[in-house]
Design a protein around this ligand. Structure first.
Ligand code: DC
Length: 242
């Protein structure tokens, strides 16, 4: 928690401070959101992990993501919960901690495909809003500023060129000993961007009041510094009002 929580109070005592970070896959949202949350003593909410947990269920049960009726039916059997342990978000799928299974390309692609359905999204949005109401959060996703938390105090739209994002992903995989063809990664990213941006319900889009940040030529620390600058600016404005 911040030393002086009252500074954050904008809409009465029960108001929590919400930072929304949206953007395409591979822009660095989760790394940055996590660090900002740690710096401010906020909770980091990784909404992608929730869609990934749903996707894991569909994969494990061999449900074809183009079969809308089957996906809708399966949603009734899925319970996702979120808990925090030592600052880490733990996602449970029907009672099982599934954190270790979420970060594969297969799960990511299934999450992108299955999250186009409103009934998949609505299941998770409620959970996300409840968290933001209860806690000061840095929440990252695709539509946090436009749909999940339209009243967020600070909204960032974080992006980077497809080439840079593919390059980062390639380096990440190489560090894990996995050699991938960079053009395949690029193709995957383009497809994912297209799907996330063109879905009808709550697509990936910059909110009108979001700050646009291109991280292509910035280090992680430079991006964090910029976001902290915006955060401090808003804080000073709020304190100035008193
Ligand atoms: O951020 P990520 O790579 O973990 O997200 C995986 C997929 O989940 C993403 O391609 C689309 C979907 N997603 C979403 O639709 N809305 C969110 N707020 C977060 C993720």
């Amino acid at each position: 928690m911040l030393e002086d929580d009252t500074k954050l109070t904008k809409r009465g005592d029960t108001h929590t401070y919400n930072i929304a970070i949206d953007g395409p896959a591979g822009a660095g949202k989760s790394t940055i959101a996590k660090k900002i949350a740690a710096r401010l003593g906020f909770i980091y909410v990784d909404t992608g992990a929730m869609y990934r947990a749903m996707a894991l269920y569909f994969l494990r049960n061999q449900i074809d993501p183009s079969d809308q009726a089957k996906i809708e039916e399966a949603c009734k059997d899925v319970e996702i919960t979120i808990a925090y342990k030592d600052g880490e978000q733990i996602v449970t799928l029907n009672g099982e901690n599934v954190n270790g299974f979420l970060r594969t390309e297969e799960v990511g692609n299934m999450a992108s495909t299955s999250s186009v359905y409103p009934f998949v999204r609505l299941k998770l949005v409620e959970l996300q809003r409840a968290l933001a109401k209860r806690e000061n959060v840095v929440m990252d996703g695709r539509e946090i500023g436009t749909y999940v938390l339209p009243e967020a105090d600070l909204k960032i739209f974080l992006t980077a060129s497809v080439q840079k994002r593919a390059g980062r992903r390639w380096a990440e995989l190489k560090a894990k000993g996995i050699e991938e063809d960079i053009s395949e990664i690029e193709k995957d990213i383009r497809e994912r961007d297209h799907r996330d941006m063109t879905r009808t319900f709550a697509p990936l889009k910059q909110a009108e009041d979001a700050i646009y940040l291109d991280s292509s030529d910035l280090t992680i620390d430079e991006v964090i510094d910029k976001i902290m600058e915006y955060y401090n600016k808003i804080q000073n404005r709020e304190v100035g009002k008193d």
